[in-house]
Design a protein around this ligand. Structure first.
Ligand SMILES: NC(=O)c1ccc[n+]([C@@H]2O[C@H](COP(=O)([O-])OP(=O)(O)OC[C@H]3O[C@@H](n4cnc5c(N)ncnc54)[C@H](OP(=O)(O)O)[C@@H]3O)[C@@H](O)[C@H]2O)c1
Length: 297
């Protein structure tokens, strides 16, 4: 068992991802390949933290020993309140996923919203209808909703979730940050959307739940017969890349954007923030695919 004095940040790394669980994350492979290909001599590790009580200790170690780190489930909200400086974008979204260190300070931002909206526009273009549907009401759903409002793509956003308190929290946050007028939340049993009318007039469907991921194989966040060719379907799940939702959306004639796009677009932004260097999304996607194919083989 780990003693309370044990180090949390792995030795000899410059960056890491902190969360729980994080062992299956593609992020270390993406950044380490990039650092290696560019001959930067930098290393990116994993910090698995089962208990939030130790987040402050992690942050103190990170401040002294890391150049930066990523934050993932379940600490994106926790970390927001513990940093020295926070980008207003992260405050608007209510979650931090990227931290840069320097001069003994920790500065946090959120790049998930760019990881969502940039590939959406590049791969699919703006949705043709104002109504947007998001299934899931966590931090990634907030980032997506914020992005749609911020970029003027939608102010008719319907968020579906399985827990009233989570939905209330979503609405209260959006109202508190000035974009609540664009959001309506709905409770659905089991968190799965089965209401035909919800998608009939919609131009965009976003899956911001883990349904369809390796943890929930074969599951869909919506009833597949609801999908239609007027939709852009954005699935945030990236492992597997072709989820049941992506497959069903393609069969329905919808335009699809997969979760790997989100992962690599936000990784490109993180690389910019940490190193000032420009990465190509296709090279980062190749690194992620190599990792995922290796993990499956
Ligand atoms: N591709 C990328 O780069 C990227 C980036 C960020 C996130 N993501 C993915 O996006 C998803 C959401 O991330 P997040 O940070 O928003 O997570 P989160 O804060 O934990 O929120 C997850 C949402 O999904 C719901 N949910 C969880 N398990 C469910 C189940 N079995 N059935 C129905 N609903 C369920 C949760 O409902 P409760 O509140 O009731 O639990 C919550 O509304 C995750 O799969 C994550 O891996 C991908």
């Amino acid at each position: 068992m780990e003693g309370s004095g044990a180090r949390l940040v792995p030795g000899n790394v410059d960056y890491c991802i902190v969360g729980y669980p994080v062992r299956g994350s593609a992020s270390p492979s993406i950044y380490n390949r990039f650092f290696k290909e560019r001959g930067l001599g930098l290393r990116y590790g994993v910090c698995e933290l089962p208990n939030r009580v130790r987040v402050p200790q992690f942050l103190e170690e990170a401040r002294a020993r890391l150049r930066g780190f990523n934050v993932t489930i379940p600490y994106k909200e926790t970390v927001l309140g513990l940093l020295d400086d926070v980008d207003p974008v992260a405050v608007d979204i209510g979650a931090v996923n990227t931290v840069k260190t320097g001069d003994g300070r920790l500065w946090g931002t959120n790049t998930d919203w760019l990881g969502f909206v940039e590939p959406l526009l590049e791969m699919a273009g703006p949705p043709e209808r104002e109504r947007s549907v998001i299934v899931g009401a966590g931090g990634a759903a907030r980032a997506a909703a914020y992005a749609l409002v911020e970029r003027g793509l939608s102010c008719d956003i319907h968020v579906y979730g399985r827990r009233p308190e989570r939905l209330r929290g979503f609405e209260e946050h959006a109202e508190g940050r000035g974009w609540g007028r664009c959001v309506e939340t709905h409770l659905v049993e089991g968190g799965v959307l089965r209401d035909r009318e919800a998608l009939e007039g919609a131009g965009l469907l976003v899956n911001a739940t883990p349904l369809g991921s390796y943890a929930y194989p074969g599951r869909m966040p919506v009833e597949p017969t609801l999908l239609h060719s007027g939709l852009i379907v954005f699935d945030m799940v990236y492992n597997p890349v072709v989820t049941p939702l992506i497959r069903a959306a393609m069969e329905a004639g919808a335009v699809v954007v997969d979760g790997l796009c989100m992962l690599v677009w936000q990784a490109r932004e993180n690389i910019r923030i940490w190193t000032g260097l420009e990465a190509e999304v296709h090279e980062l996607r190749r690194y992620a695919l190599d990792f995922l194919e290796g993990a499956q083989g």
